[in-house]
Design a protein around this ligand. Structure first.
Ligand SMILES: CC(=O)SCCNC(=O)CCNC(=O)[C@H](O)C(C)(C)COP(=O)(O)OP(=O)(O)OC[C@H]1O[C@@H](n2cnc3c(N)ncnc32)[C@H](O)[C@@H]1OP(=O)(O)O
Ligand SMILES: O=C([O-])CC(=O)C(=O)O
Length: 466
């Protein structure tokens, strides 16, 4: 089969209008061995960049950047993905359709796996199917939680938000941090990245068990959690532990969801938090726990919970006869009450989010999803909201972001507990955050410490400019 061979034609795999071929590496090397091969050249590249161009000016800083949440300021190093305002995300140059065409899927599935996305993010290479399977097995073997973490999660009140619980569980894993233990023993700087990688792989491996345990405890306390199946991929196991392993379509949706939410360049609040905390040499577990609490805000990842809440309130008010006019009226009502429309707008994007489109395409491909009332309503809302938001005239981007649609398929398939949705996002966002944590340690990136201005100081600077 072409897809199993070294060269894969995009057009042959999905209906992608391109002649591009992707080089899938025939190597049998493990992830760590692959990184060992590629890290020295990157280290050298960065060293030369600093030495030869350290004083080169690549942009300027305006007052509006400083008072506007650093919007538009290009001031971070992040190799794994880049967000183009018009075209959206590319992972090491690959668009979402490119990734769908080239990254290995799980046996019996079509969607790319989380581990193949992790491999791409970490190495910039498309892994072979065999490499992905080896990584899946490693993750499954490391997936069980230490007994004290299980007990800790079980002791939390059901009423505690699932994202708060996730952060607590992840932070507690640092009890066994290889990075922290080696640091205490006096490891050399050149060894940072290998210990960081060990923790990062362990963290990705354990996230599904933490996340599924929270779901079971809060929503289905009488359910037994199945043992991790060593022959399944990460998301296959996650879906099974959530109790949806028998639902092939939902499992496939989760694979797509978790792969495409994995990274969104460096400046988004969760990724930036992981990087900032990691730069203090906090270990990967507590660095990522911090990131989860950034993801848990309604302007960021929690928006996908808010979208469902808002769409269901809309459904309740409108009733069964959902027309474009009624949706438009409801959007205006929300705006006039001074609230934002969840799932719309973006700090960087200025077009519909390609992740939104990929999830919509998943729905379009399946008649049962196409006819689902909640999915229909979300789709109709996305057809009406941009014009309303344009007329409202505030948001720079009136189009849907990924959160506008990500929850409705979960809801359709019976995963209706929308306070849980950001936890799924949290399982995914680790892929990009751990990638940066490994590379930041490999490249010796320093403690992040920008300088700040007071309002008076900015005022003085601005006057000098007159
Ligand atoms: C995975 C993700 O994190 S994707 C983002 C998820 N978040 C959401 O969907 C929440 C809704 N959206 C928003 O609140 C915003 O669009 C954000 C937070 C995503 C981006 O914020 P910004 O970069 O500041 O957006 P922008 O520059 O367009 O904001 C300008 C004005 O438009 C408003 N605006 C932006 N988006 C919306 C929206 N969806 N509904 C109503 N008003 C909006 C802002 O609140 C701001 O108002 P203000 O001048 O009164 O403060
Ligand atoms: O890029 C951002 O600021 C928000 C976002 O869509 C993400 O983090 O996935």
């Amino acid at each position: 089969m072409l897809r199993r061979a070294g060269l894969v034609s995009k057009a042959s795999l999905r209906n992608v209008p391109s002649n591009t071929t992707f080089r899938r590496f025939a190597s049998t090397k493990t992830l760590k061995e692959t990184l060992q091969d590629i890290i020295p050249a990157k280290q050298e590249q960065l060293k030369r960049l600093k030495a030869e161009h350290g004083q080169t000016v690549v942009g300027d800083v305006k007052v509006e950047n400083i008072v506007g949440g650093m919007r538009g300021l290009k001031a971070m190093l992040w190799d794994a993905s880049v967000l183009d305002p018009d075209e959206g995300i590319r992972f090491h140059g690959l668009t979402i359709p490119d990734c769908q065409a080239s990254l290995p899927s799980a046996p019996g599935g079509k969607e790319m796996t989380a581990e193949s996305m992790l491999w791409l993010l970490l190495t910039g290479q498309v892994p072979s199917e065999a490499q992905t399977r080896v990584l899946s097995r490693e993750l499954a073997e490391k997936g069980d939680l230490p007994p004290f973490v299980r007990k800790l999660i079980d002791s939390l009140p059901k009423s505690l938000h699932p994202m708060t619980q996730l952060g607590i569980g992840v932070a507690a894993l640092n009890h066994d941090s290889a990075f922290q233990a080696a640091y205490e023993k006096g490891m050399k700087k050149t060894e940072y990245w290998t210990h960081a990688l060990d923790d990062c792989i362990d963290l990705v491996a354990k996230l599904p068990a933490i996340a599924a345990r929270i779901y079971r405890n809060v929503y289905h306390p009488n359910n037994q959690l199945p043992a991790i199946n060593k022959d399944l991929d990460l998301v296959g196991n996650y879906s099974a532990m959530l109790g949806y392993g028998g639902n092939h379509n939902l499992t496939e949706y989760l694979r797509l969801y978790i792969a495409i939410h994995g990274d969104h360049e460096g400046g988004n609040a969760s990724a930036h938090t992981a990087h900032l905390v990691g730069s203090t040499l906090s270990d990967p577990y507590i660095s990522y726990a911090a990131a989860l609490y950034a993801l848990a805000g309604p302007l960021h990842g929690l928006a996908n919970q808010e979208v469902l809440r808002w769409q269901l309130a809309m459904q309740k008010e409108i009733g069964d006869n959902v027309t474009y006019d009624k949706i438009r009226e409801y959007i205006w009502k929300t705006l006039k009450s001074g609230q934002v429309i969840p799932g719309y707008g973006h700090g960087v994007l200025r077009n519909p989010d390609p992740r939104f489109m990929a999830l919509q395409q998943f729905c379009d491909a399946q008649p049962e999803l196409n006819s689902s009332p909640i999915i229909q309503m979300v789709k109709k809302t996305s057809e009406v909201a941009p014009d309303v938001l344009k007329e409202h005239g505030k948001t720079k981007n009136p189009y849907p972001n990924v959160d506008a649609t990500s929850g409705c398929v979960l809801y359709h398939y019976g995963l209706t507990e929308f306070k849980y949705y950001t936890v799924i996002f949290g399982v995914s966002r680790a892929l990009g955050c751990v990638t940066q944590l490994v590379w930041a340690r490999a490249l010796g990136l320093p403690l992040e410490r920008p300088k700040s201005y007071s309002i008076d100081a900015l005022q003085k600077l601005a006057k000098k400019d007159l």
